[in-house]
Write a protein that binds this ligand. Structure first.
Ligand SMILES: NC(=O)c1ccc[n+]([C@@H]2O[C@H](COP(=O)([O-])OP(=O)(O)OC[C@H]3O[C@@H](n4cnc5c(N)ncnc54)[C@H](O)[C@@H]3O)[C@@H](O)[C@H]2O)c1
Length: 373
């Protein structure tokens, strides 16, 4: 069902829009900010730090292109002041502590940044007259994993064993409470986006499979793989970001309030469900001399609960937003490998930016073609 609205995400809508992005220095936030900037939006980024070194944010010298502020989302006064200054029409909230492993080491920080931090962002936009639409990013891990073989739907029960998953499920409860209590019919339209197992160039986080592999291979070492048989639904970072853009545009539109309070899953087709070892082997094709070794299981690992596959049912995003997964698993890995190979030999920010923008343009053409068919 190709709806016309699905096709209008593009330069025209975003041109001149004032857009506030929390977490703009992170992996997804940097891609999103670059995409928005390329579409002509005025982007205001608010993040507490640059979470990795290197980072796409610095590699592409994004700080030069957008308004770049360092601040904690839990610092309500500062966040309010930043929003008052930038007067955004659209807010994307991505800032979070996003790592499962770190959440075991720092559970309180994870709950503070993810659950209370989301409350702080919602509190800060309460009096913001300029705001028309807001997309709040959580994760596929918000669902209580019941070991189902079928995909989780947006109405399924929230839960989460590890502190990261629980903190994001808690963020969703916070969001629903704020929406019901403080954001009524005259308020901006707000919705939640859930995705997971995102890969793509420019991710340098610790304890994520692709950056771990690239780090090892750059030093001529085999990559140490902990759970080779874990199966995950892998998707390219541009897939959910494309969904966020469509969702924001819909929320902003005349009928945006119809989507107020709704959640949307953005996951890949079943074809992209592969083991971590399949992913590493596929990625290794793009890195000469790449190899891996399977590490022994850690005894008493806190992460054993992470082993189960959780797949998303994305029928709602397909039907209502006309969003569809665009790249196959092989293409997802190819685009990821191509980005890191390029960054290995090209370090100038304009080169990294150009290469990243080319991937976005190619993706957008494919995604629009898909919606039109
Ligand atoms: N990458 C994935 O595979 C994935 C999967 C599912 C969901 N997500 C979600 O997407 C969002 C972005 O993830 P990412 O992978 O880009 O993470 P990232 O670690 O690369 O970036 C996190 C960003 O949040 C900012 N941040 C963290 N705590 C903050 C605070 N208290 N105040 C202000 N800024 C703060 C950091 O400075 C950084 O800009 C997160 O909400 C994450 O939970 C990511």
């Amino acid at each position: 069902m190709a709806s016309l609205e699905g096709l209008v995400v593009g330069k025209n809508f975003w041109e001149g829009k004032r857009v506030f992005v929390t977490g703009h220095t992170g992996f997804k936030g940097a891609w999103l900010s670059l995409w928005l900037q390329q579409k002509g939006a005025q982007v205001f980024g608010y993040s507490k730090d640059i979470p990795t070194n290197p980072s796409l944010f610095e590699q592409a010298n994004l700080g030069q292109l957008i308004q770049d502020e360092r601040g904690d989302i839990n610092d309500l006064d500062r966040l309010r002041a930043s929003l008052a200054k930038s007067q955004p029409e659209i807010v994307f909230h991505l800032a979070a502590q996003p790592l499962v492993r770190l959440s075991y080491e720092q559970p309180l920080l994870t709950f503070r940044d993810n659950a209370l931090g989301t409350a702080s962002v919602l509190e800060a936009v309460r009096e913001l007259d300029s705001l028309r639409a807001m997309v709040l990013i959580t994760t596929d891990k918000v669902y209580e994993n019941l070991d189902w073989v079928y995909g989780y739907r947006e109405t399924d029960r929230l839960g989460g064993h590890d502190p990261y998953s629980a903190s994001k499920a808690a963020a969703e409860i916070v969001i629903q409470s704020y929406l019901r209590s403080f954001f009524g019919s005259k308020s901006p339209a707000m919705a939640v986006a859930r995705a997971g197992n995102v890969i793509g160039g420019g991710d340098w986080a610790l304890d994520r499979i692709v950056p771990d592999a690239i780090r090892a291979w750059s030093q001529g070492k085999p990559m140490g793989l902990r759970n080779p048989a874990h199966t995950r639904p892998w998707e390219h970072v541009l897939e959910p970001l494309w969904g966020y853009l469509i969702l924001a545009e819909r929320l902003f539109g005349e009928k945006g309030k119809e989507l107020h309070g709704e959640a949307f899953n953005f996951g890949p087709d079943h074809e992209a469900e592969r083991t971590t070892e399949d992913l590493v082997l596929a990625l290794a094709k793009y890195w000469p001399g790449a190899s891996h070794k399977v590490l022994p299981r850690e005894s008493g690992s806190l992460e054993k609960k992470e082993a189960r596959l959780l797949r998303l049912n994305c029928d709602k995003a397909k039907a209502i937003l006309d969003w569809h997964p665009t790249l196959s698993f092989d293409e997802t890995v190819e685009w990821t490998g191509a980005w890191y190979s390029f960054a290995r030999t090209h370090s100038k920010p304009e080169e990294i930016r150009k290469f990243s923008l080319e991937q976005m343009a190619a993706f957008e053409a494919r995604a629009k073609g898909r919606s039109a068919s």
